[in-house]
Design a protein around this ligand. Structure first.
Ligand code: NIG
Ligand code: FE
Length: 406
């Protein structure tokens, strides 16, 4: 097995300890080692420490010079919509001129316009598109990504999206209940149909199920029917909730023991308290809030109350055409009033927990996957501090260089 030694790193930063998920103030604790090394053995980290403590290493060894670079764990994006065709540049213009996201969706645009474009793409084109989007994420330091379907809303295209995501190395989430396509009478009938006709096969391809609980898409009762059926098929549960309207999604997430509820731009103090007292992770998505001119999710209040908080891009062609977790971290430390330490934990350990992989990814520690991002910066906090900076230098996945800045 190939051993790789990354030596002489200006700094290494990783969430402290080994437990997951981290909640509330425990998210403020990051271990920082100056003049550090990382030793990888095959796809796994073997040892980490200060150069002064580097043991004598015999045998074949590849070396990577870390001088002037800071290392953080490979970033984990637990909420993306990468399996889409076409774009929504035209709607971006309309919104800039005053149209709202809800108006565009109600007029058959928004999610439904991307659905029309995605239905015309076959599996091969979807594979290429997801691979392309995955490349954009990787160049921004994302080593693990979750990807949702939800732009097919018919049997064949939903399954093709899940396949394309899995083949690109993503963790597939079935977002069958994203919007009601025009060939169905209403949300009740559509939910019945996807449970009967798509779920049995989607459950073989996906790790989790997701639903968009919102006015004009699915109400709490419809979401409950869909999620309970998905749980019976062994899927973990996720929700898009409280994005535009607070309508009971938090209560449902807690009642069903969901892995996460994502968005939360409209969540009030009662929802914050309910989430903080639960094991449901709160996934804050500052990019769609910024994009759609909505209030920011209450990440600070959630942290102070002791919730499990994660961050994600929500990469999609409508509300968040942004694949960069470093940009999300900058927004977290400015608009969400999180510290860089909290933001790092929210982009590594906690999203790893949301994906059910916290024992393997999200930390630079012995026994964890050798997924590491090297930053062209003397201090790891530049990851959030350098707004949209070109600072990702090298991305290591499973002990191999997966991407290097040209
Ligand atoms: O998370 N809110 C629902 N779904 C996506 C947006 C999808 C789209 O607009 O295409 C989101 O923001
Ligand atoms: Fe989303």
């Amino acid at each position: 097995m190939t051993r790789l030694l990354i030596r002489g790193l200006a700094q290494l930063a990783t969430p402290a300890g080994r437990s997951a998920p981290l909640r509330g103030h425990a998210m403020g604790s990051v271990t920082v080692i100056d003049d550090a090394f990382i030793l990888c053995n095959g796809d796994t980290i073997e040892a980490v420490g200060a150069m002064a403590n580097l043991p004598r290493l015999d045998g074949e060894l590849e070396e990577l010079d870390g001088r002037g670079l800071a290392a953080v764990p490979g970033l984990v994006d637990c909420h993306t919509h990468p399996a889409f065709a076409g774009d929504r540049a035209h709607e971006f213009s309309l919104r800039a001129a005053g149209a709202t996201y809800e108006e565009l969706l109600a007029a058959g645009g928004g999610i439904l316009s991307t659905t029309r474009a995605t239905r015309t793409a076959g599996l091969d084109e979807l594979r290429e598109l997801v691979e392309r989007h995955r490349g954009w994420m990787r160049a921004n330091g994302t080593t693990t990504f979750e990807g949702k379907s939800g732009y097919g809303l018919d049997r064949e295209t939903e399954l093709a999206q899940l396949r394309a995501i899995a083949e690109a190395g993503g963790v597939p989430t079935w977002l069958g209940a994203h919007a009601v396509p025009p060939e169905h009478a209403d949300a009740d009938e559509y939910v019945m149909w996807i449970i009967a006709e798509v779920l049995p096969d989607a459950a073989k391809l996906a790790a989790a199920a997701d639903v968009f609980v919102e006015t004009g898409t699915f109400d709490v009762a419809q979401a409950q029917r869909y999620l309970e059926a998905c749980r019976e098929h062994g899927l973990a549960l996720r929700l898009h909730g409280d994005q535009l309207t607070e309508m009971g999604a938090v209560g449902l997430a807690v009642e069903l023991g969901a892995r996460s509820i994502d968005h939360l731009e409209s969540t009030g103090p009662a929802g914050v308290a309910t989430l903080a007292a639960s094991d449901v992770a709160a996934v804050a998505l500052p990019v769609p809030a910024l994009y759609l001119g909505r209030p920011m999710p209450p990440a600070r209040a959630l942290l102070d109350a002791g919730a499990i908080v994660a961050l994600a891009t929500d990469f999609n062609p409508g509300s968040a055409f942004c694949e960069s977790l470093p940009v999300v971290l900058t927004l977290a430390c400015t608009a969400l009033r999180m510290t860089p330490e909290e933001a790092l934990c929210a982009a590594t350990v906690n999203p790893a927990h949301v994906l059910g992989q916290a024992d393997r990814i999200g930390r630079i520690a012995p026994g964890f996957a050798a997924d590491v991002v090297l930053l062209d910066a003397p201090d790891w906090r530049h990851l959030a501090y350098h707004f949209a900076g070109d600072l990702v230098h090298t991305v290591i996945e499973a002990g191999r260089t997966a991407w290097r800045r040209a």
